[in-house]
Design a protein around this ligand. Sequence first.
Ligand SMILES: Nc1ncnc2c1ncn2[C@@H]1O[C@H](COP(=O)(O)OP(=O)(O)OP(=O)(O)O)[C@@H](O)[C@H]1O
Ligand SMILES: [Mg+2]
Length: 472
Amino acid sequence: MTTTVKHRASVLVVDDDKAFHVATSAVLNDEGYTVKAVTSAHEAIDELRQRTYDIVLSDLVMEKMDGLQLLEHIQTHYPETPALMITGFGSIETAVKAMKSGAFDYLSKPCNNDELRIKVRRALDHQRNRRALSTLQEEVNKLYTFHNIKSRNKKMRDIFELVKKVAETDVTVLIRGETGTGKELIAKAIHFNSPRRDKLFTTVNCSAIPEQLFESELFGYVKGAFTGADRDRKGRAEETDSGTLFLDEIGYIPYSSQTKLLRFLQDKSFDRVGGTETITSDVRIIAATNQPLEEMIADGAFREDVFYRLNIFPITLPPLRERLEDIPLLAEHFIEKYGTSFGKHVQQISSSVISSMMNYSWKGNIRELENIIKRAIIKAEGECITDIDLPENDVHTGAGSPPDIATAIENNIAFKDYMKSISVDAEMKYLITALKAHRGNINRIARMMGVDRKTIYRKLSEYSIDIDRFRS
Ligand SMILES: Nc1ncnc2c1ncn2[C@@H]1O[C@H](COP(=O)(O)OP(=O)(O)OP(=O)(O)O)[C@@H](O)[C@H]1O
Ligand SMILES: [Mg+2]
């Protein structure tokens, strides 16, 4: 026979009045708690050293060492244990002091049983919440340790070293890189490895907020600032005080809001929309973009001064096709992550799949690889991902075929990048077909393509085309 042992919450009662011990113990035992009663703060300290208590219920006025001193000891050594202080006649001022120094709540003596039950339960709930929160916090912290960001690539390893160093500081970071290269992951790694890790990490996706709402979203507004503003509201910048604000897709920030952003970047100060009071918020700023900001500056779409304020510590993540050595590593990582999801038991990937993957263009970068692995796991029959689990016309065909429109959209590939991938693909196919038709005659092909011989040689090496194959 098995029995389930349910954890009984434990309460330490500290009071030099033995009658109080008896009365409270009876009520708390009835509630299912384990109660230990001691008569002095010193005994309480001994007791806390020996075992863990979920809450402490202590009188404020005791001989030798009083409740306030005990409270201080608890706060220093057991900051997660809530303390409920009992105030007798004449100790109201001390009770105020106790609350100000962090006591969870107080009870007045003589105690009302219902009040005792309610307050103890509330303290226990609070304590459970705090424990759950700190476990969750630990889980999140673990998620963004560098251990979970995979790369063997030298450039990436150097970036990790830089990221570790910059995480310690409050410096503004600008993360650049194609879609799906891991910009958000790096932003989170910076926050969760920084001294701000226990504070908020807030993402503002600048491309998702309508232009006219941008400033109120970021900086908040005051009542009456516009129709519908029926009360004051904090913006993300203010809510994230002492945390990290991640301005994703910063290239989409409306031009009209850039002056206000500049001031914010300079001294972290701003006014709420419609407000006159200057507000300062202690936030660390990380921004990300896959847009060519320098070109946007030249076109007058992005302010140069904002760019310089953002570009203090730039990090550029290389695309996946420039770190092919990461493909097997990431594929394994995603198999480990999702292999037992969807009711499957996938543990491996065939080497032929890996080799097709090495020849693919990965316009959607790591996100695309992640999606392809997920889909392959769903399709896989056994423990291993094989060629037939790969999407048709995609990785299969290898050699840099662009994704179809649906895949491009699913992987967040911008129209401009999509067009570029199509033209690169068309150029490569044209080149190969012309090489076949003219048996590798470079002069002829250069003329047909309207470029010089040197350009053709450059393209051959760019696309890893071996010209000798066509010359026999
Ligand atoms: N080095 C890595 N190791 C493991 N997972 C990674 C790595 N880089 C990226 N990923 C994963 O790939 C996916 C895409 O990454 P992320 O969202 O950070 O990219 P992004 O650059 O912000 O893309 P976008 O520009 O489209 O917003 C995420 O699921 C992320 O966890
Ligand atoms: Mg992103």
